[in-house]
Design a protein around this ligand. Structure first.
Ligand code: DC
Length: 231
C-alpha cells in the first residue's frame, strides 16, 4: 500500500534553522521542499533592482502593476539543492544578502503581495507530499496541514547562527551587532504587521532549538512525522 502523503508546515522566527530541518526532512521522506521566505526575498530583490524602493518606502502601485511580471521558480541544482529563480535567473545567493534581508519585511507586509504568494504556495501543495517553511504556513497557507511545527530560539543564538552563515559565505564586512539588530527588527516587524502576522497556530507543536544540535532537531522532526504517518 502506498504511504499516505501529508503536508508539513514549519513556521517560526527568522534564523531558527527552520529551512535546514525542513530540507532534511523533505529529503529523507522524498517530499518536495518549499522555502516561502525565498519567494518574499525574490520579490524584494526585484524591487531593489527595478528602483521600486525609495529608502524604506516601496512604490506599491507600480509593484502591483508589475506583480504578474515577477516569476519565481524553484529548480534543483546539480547537488540536488532547491534553488530560487527570478524570471529565469538563479538568485539563490543574492536573495540572502543583507541588503535584501533589511528590506524583505517591508515587502512581506504588503497584502496584495502576500495574497499572490499564498495562492502560488497553495497550488504547490495540492498533491500534498510537501514540506513548506515560512511564517504563515500553518495559519494561512495550509490551516489543514496534518503536521504543524512552530520553531523558536533565543535572538542571541539565532543572530550567532546567521552571522556564522554569512561569514562562511565570505561576507567579512557584517558585524554580529548588525545581524542581531536585523534579526530582532525582523521579529518585531513580522509579529506586529497587520497582514498575517507571525503567530503560532493553536495546533502547532513548539520546538525551541536554542540548545539542540542539528541532528537532535532532525530526529525530533522525523519522530513527529512518523507519529502522524502511523496514526
Ligand atoms: O525565512 P526568511 O528569513 O527567509 O524570510 C524572509 C522574510 O519573509 C521574513 O522577514 C518574513 C517573511 N516571510 C513571511 O512573511 N511569510 C512567509 N511565509 C515567509 C517569509
Amino acid at each position: 500500500m502506498e504511504k499516505k502523503k501529508i503536508i508539513v508546515a514549519i513556521d517560526g522566527f527568522s534564523s531558527t534553522g527552520k529551512s535546514t530541518m525542513a530540507k532534511t526532512l523533505a529529503r529523507n521522506i522524498g517530499y518536495a521542499y518549499i522555502d516561502t521566505g525565498a519567494m518574499y526575498r525574490a520579490v524584494t530583490l526585484y524591487c531593489l533592482e527595478n528602483g521600486l524602493f525609495d529608502g524604506d518606502k516601496v512604490n506599491e502601485a507600480e509593484l502591483q502593476q508589475r506583480l504578474t511580471d515577477i516569476r519565481i521558480k524553484f529548480k534543483p541544482s546539480a547537488e540536488g539543492k532547491n534553488e530560487t529563480y527570478l524570471n529565469g535567473r538563479n538568485v539563490e545567493s543574492e536573495i540572502r544578502s543583507m541588503e535584501v534581508s533589511d528590506k524583505v519585511s517591508i515587502i512581506a507586509a504588503i497584502g496584495f503581495v502576500r495574497r499572490d504568494m499564498v495562492r502560488q504556495q497553495q497550488a504547490m501543495g495540492l498533491k500534498k507530499g510537501i514540506v513548506m517553511d515560512g511564517r504563515d504556513i500553518g495559519t494561512v497557507v495550509f490551516p489543514q496541514a496534518e503536521l504543524k511545527i512552530f520553531v523558536t530560539a533565543t535572538a542571541a543564538v539565532r543572530a550567532q547562527r546567521r552571522f556564522d552563515e554569512l561569514r562562511s559565505k565570505g561576507d567579512t564586512d557584517v558585524t554580529y551587532e548588525e545581524v542581531l539588530h536585523n534579526v530582532t527588527e525582523r521579529d518585531r516587524l513580522d509579529s506586529t504587521r497587520e497582514e498575517s502576522p507571525l503567530r503560532r497556530a493553536d495546533d502547532a507543536l513548539i520546538l525551541d532549538n536554542s540548545h539542540m544540535t542539528i541532528s537532535e532537531q532532525n530526529q525530533w522532526l522525523m519522530d513527529q512525522y512518523e507519529r502522524i504517518i502511523n496514526r
